[in-house]
Write a protein that binds this ligand. Structure first.
Ligand SMILES: O=C(O)CCC(=O)C(=O)O
Ligand SMILES: [Fe+2]
Length: 273
């Protein structure tokens, strides 16, 4: 796989109220259908910059602490999704336990003796859930996607895309996961991505990812939208084929089993070798 020097043309969208909701909605769906990724401009109105910085500070403290300290604070907590409106998708992400999870990610520097070019910080993958919100720090690049125009060339995703250089914080990068893609007959794209070492060496890298999942008992019947129905017709996917009426928890377990084989046999996490 090669890497081009171009950067992904992922749209930057301002959801803070300047435009009519319908227009913002259309732009978000178009970006999600084409790229599977969208930048949400962050000028500190929707998510305070201090809150993001505090989370990164906590992450740095945590990863710098001794292993014994780390064991004391398990951070794999389940976070209830923030409340949504009465519409189809938000209502299926609220009012019940979900597998949504906030992950503080730490990528250690590469040892000087390692040739950096052959190593990845995170291998190529797509995310499992509905949506992922990714927070990154200026000066810590490395994320690359397979853009729609190419199935072989990974393309860097800049932290500050053009037009956001002066913003108080980098935009939040939102991407579609496999479940939402299947739930929409493939209309919304779950895009393969990876994290590489940026050139020589590459120091510490921190990122924060919020993986949103529907309420576990949600039955995944295809999203009842005309655009979703048409996407199914165009791709030859019959309605519901990708999700087959299974629950969100069953879907996730299927994906985990496919990835981690023995670990998730019999529905019991941690079983196996
Ligand atoms: O750290 C990043 O920039 C991306 C991480 C990621 O893709 C993931 O954890 O699923
Ligand atoms: Fe990912």
């Amino acid at each position: 796989m090669s890497t081009t020097q171009e950067t992904a043309q992922i749209p930057v969208i301002d959801i803070s109220g300047g435009q009519p909701d319908a227009e913002i909605g259309r732009a978000l769906v178009d970006a999600a259908a084409t790229y599977g990724f969208v930048y949400v401009k962050n000028e500190g109105k929707d998510i305070p910059v201090a809150a993001i910085n505090r989370m990164f500070d906590l992450s740095k403290q945590f990863f710098a602490s001794p292993a014994t300290e780390k064991e004391k604070c398990k951070i794999t907590q389940t976070i209830p999704p923030s409340s949504g409106g009465p519409s189809f998708l938000p209502s299926r992400h609220t009012n019940g336990p979900t597998k949504s999870i906030l992950r503080l990610l730490y990528y250690p520097p590469i040892p000087p003796s390692f040739p950096s070019s052959n190593h990845l910080r995170a291998g190529a993958h797509s995310d499992y859930g509905s949506l992922t919100l990714l927070f990154r720090l200026p000066g810590q690049p490395g994320l690359e996607i397979l853009p729609p125009s190419s199935s072989i060339a990974f393309t860097p995703v800049p932290i500050h895309p053009p037009g956001t250089e002066g913003d108080v914080a980098p935009p939040v990068l939102v991407n579609i996961g496999d479940l939402l893609s299947a739930w929409t007959n493939g209309l919304l794209r779950s895009t393969v991505h990876r994290v590489v070492f940026p050139g020589e060496g590459g120091g510490d890298r921190y990122s924060i990812a919020y993986f949103a999942h529907p309420v576990g008992t949600t039955v995944l019947e295809t999203v009842p939208s005309e655009r979703v129905r048409r996407a199914g017709l165009e791709s030859g996917t019959s309605s519901g084929e990708g999700v087959k009426g299974m629950t969100a928890d069953e879907y996730l377990l299927g994906r985990l089993r496919a990835t981690y084989k023995g670990l998730y046999d019999n529905g019991e996490k941690g079983k196996g070798k």
